[in-house]
Design a protein around this ligand. Structure first.
Ligand code: IVH
Length: 675
């Protein structure tokens, strides 16, 4: 390659790398896989090696990607937060082993750790107290995301263990685990919100939110993997890591100390097969030299340490042709584009569809009809489209454009400011929206109307027998028997279960109304603050958003809902039918008066019968004036323990002589039975 050509290529690669860095770190919407990114970076590094005159300190080959944002306060890192070199083959890992041994001698030991796929974080503690949490930023200076990190239950605010250094830094990864992510997404769909497509991006987007009350509702988890301090005199990274759980930090228990590179290979092979069974996503294994003096001897470049490397697993990828795009209309009128693909096998399943998320994503990916798309199964539930093969683009193919009108009812679509999606505003007349609302209302978590499934709802709406949820209560057996596949007995049973739903608790009715942003949890919170529907209907959004856990967006959704004349009429008709519209005499318990837990710190662990964990947190903090923390420390007053409590919390509490309250004892002590 000649110099001119090399310069042009290097300039191109730098631009591409900066662009993809921005998508990954700032927009949380990567377009290419890590492997493709590393290939670009490697090519640039090779060109810079051959033509040293092309090197410059601001080349992305010399810097870690930056996630610094203008909105957070920034702080310098005491020790730079470096990135890691990636390898994808045994050969390259063998090379690393040879380089390390050449410098540090043959008796090096390695620590293998899982490479969690999340966002890196640095936590700073001083005198046992949490001081701040910083993102990696550009490696030198990070964003202060303390308020958000403090919402994570497993991040301790204070540490009471003996012998902890006066100040120290712990580093790790913030992730969303698979199961809590699934539950959160289910809830989002029920609330009429867009589900998140990817766990890493959801974690990184959440960490950068400006409203930590919203962050507190999202299931972030923080796994720490390294301890930086200068007081213990400990030389082994592995031993330092082992101190972390003793101090109350969460670590991944699967790290191993290996005496040679063969043991490292075994670890890598084992986790490549087992990774699906982990509660979180990993994208590889990090191999670190264990001895800190060896680490110091090996040193670092400006970007990466020479004593550690990431062995990355390749995400399984395949390509398939885009046959068509379906624009699906949901209960709230949100329109979601779904790619229909030529069926193709990926990670053991046949993929036919993939989400295109929203109009912004389509534009960002520049997708045309008939394109051959790369699809990947990473942390996603639905396979992700990572790009398109431009060399296979059909000449003259049209870019995908969002329809102007609703594909179901032809109403012009609207786009709310700050919301990525398009909406059909015809919520009274658009069939999938009517069906979706009825389905939601009848669902198990709302009015639990047995026998009212999708098919029956479809028929009721198509025949004009039901237009809204209140109409359900006017249905009689003789009308219902007219439906296909509806016998006399089933019609009778359905009328019975519709009647039965009249006595469902008020918070379930509120949830069933399908107000945008109001899921089960929010409905309970709203019901506690507005114990009957009339006061709620009068509430202004400022009053609603002053309630902890209710954001301004949800507050205005609630206010708007109750200003709509059709909704008001539905509620009046529901009242006439005798549906439960107030909280009175509902439930078995009522909170004790006043802040009886003021000044008390409580740790909640396990599963409960009467209320869920979040509700207990809210009760303790909002009704009883106490404080809930995630870890057991000297300042814990008591533990509220349900079924299968965390064993380490219980052990610690027992050792420290901290009182343990069962759910029943808690309710007896702080709640009065009203029955
Ligand atoms: S060590 C100097 N260990 O991977 C050492 N990183 O690609 C730098 N990561 O920024 C990090 N799990 O966000 C290390 N067990 C682990 C890790 C890990 C995930 C992330 C971390 C880092 C990135 C580098």
């Amino acid at each position: 390659m000649f110099f001119k050509e090399a310069k042009e290529r290097a300039d191109y690669l730098r631009r591409e790398i900066e662009y993809h860095n921005d998508l990954y770190y700032n927009k949380s919407a990567p377009l290419i896989s890590d492997y493709e990114f590393d290939t670009l970076l490697k090519e640039l590094q090779e060109i810079e090696k051959v033509f040293p005159e092309l090197q410059s300190p601001d080349s992305p080959s010399q810097k870690v990607g930056s996630d610094r944002s203008a909105i957070f306060y920034q702080h310098p890192h005491k020790y730079p937060m470096l990135s890691l070199a990636n390898v994808y083959s045994r050969n390259d890992l063998g090379e690393f082993d040879r380089r390390v041994k050449k410098r540090a001698g043959d008796d090096v030991r390695y620590v293998c750790e899982l490479k969690l796929d999340g966002v890196s974080i640095s936590l700073i503690y001083s005198r046992g107290q949490f001081l701040r949490a910083l993102t990696r930023g550009d490696g030198e200076v990070g964003d202060d995301v303390s308020a958000n990190v403090l919402t994570i239950p497993s991040v301790p605010v204070s540490i009471a263990s003996e012998g902890i250094p006066g100040s120290f830094i712990v580093r790790g990864e913030i992730v969303m685990e698979k199961e809590p992510f699934r539950i959160m997404n289910e809830e989002r769909v029920r609330e009429g919100l867009q589900p998140f497509a990817n766990r890493r991006n959801a974690a990184s987007g959440t960490l950068k939110l400006h409203d930590s009350t919203i962050v507190a509702l999202r299931p972030l988890e923080c796994y720490l993997y390294s301890l930086l301090e200068e007081e213990t005199g400990e030389d082994s990274h592995y031993s330092k890591r082992e101190m972390l759980p003793e101090w109350g930090f969460k670590t991944d228990g699967n790290a191993r100390l290996c005496s040679n590179i063969d043991e490292v290979f075994q670890y890598i092979d084992y986790w490549e097969k087992e990774r699906d069974n982990l509660p979180f996503d990993i994208d590889g294994v990090v191999v670190k030299v264990d001895s800190l003096s060896h680490q110091a001897l090996l040193g670092s470049t400006s970007r990466i340490p020479r004593w550690a490397i990431a062995y990355k697993y390749k995400a399984e990828q395949t390509a398939s042709r885009l046959l068509s795009v379906t624009f699906q209309v949901g209960r709230t009128g949100a329109v979601t584009p779904v790619a229909n693909l030529e069926p193709v096998k990926l990670s053991g399943t046949t993929v036919k569809r993939a989400s295109l998320h929203n109009a912004d994503q389509i534009a960002l990916h520049d997708i045309h009809y008939n394109d051959t798309l790369f699809i990947e199964k990473g942390g996603e539930i639905i396979p992700k489209i990572t790009g398109r093969d431009l060399s296979l683009r059909v000449e003259g193919s049209e870019p995908i454009t969002f329809p102007d009108n609703c594909p179901e009812c032809n109403t012009q679509l609207t786009r709310d400011e700050g919301v990525a999606g398009y909406y059909c505003s015809n919520n009274k007349g658009c069939p999938p929206q009517i069906r979706g609302r009825l389905d939601h209302f009848a669902g198990r978590k709302a009015m639990d109307i047995e026998g009212l499934g999708e098919e029956t709802i479809g028929q009721l709406v198509a025949r004009g027998m039901v237009k809204d949820i209140a109409d359900l209560y006017s249905l009689s057996e003789d009308k219902l028997v007219l439906l296909d596949k509806m016998g006399v007995k089933s019609a009778e049973n359905l009328v019975k279960s519709i009647k039965k739903s009249l006595s469902m608790p008020y918070h379930k009715v509120l949830f069933g109304l399908g107000i945008r942003g109001v899921g089960e949890r929010t409905a309970r919170i709203v019901a506690t603050h507005f114990p009957d529907i009339d006061t709620l209907m009068e509430a202004k959004s400022e009053e609603l958003s002053s309630i902890r856990d209710i954001g301004t967006v949800t507050a205005s959704f609630i206010e708007n809902f109750f200003q709509d004349s059709d909704n008001i009429s539905v509620i009046e008709r529901l009242k006439m039918h005798g549906i439960n519209m107030s909280q009175q005499e509902e439930g078995k318990y009522r909170s004790a008066e006043g802040a009886v837990l003021k000044g008390k710190t409580i740790v909640i662990t396990g599963k409960f019968e009467e209320f869920d964990r979040d509700e207990y947190k809210r009760i303790i903090e909002e009704e009883l004036g106490g404080r809930v923390t995630g870890s057991v420390t000297g300042s814990t007053t008591f533990i509220l323990a349900g079924d299968s409590p965390g064993p380490s919390k219980m052990e610690k509490a027992t050792n420290m002589g901290i009182d343990i309250y069962s759910e029943e004892r808690f309710l007896d002590s702080f709640y009065r039975s009203v029955q």
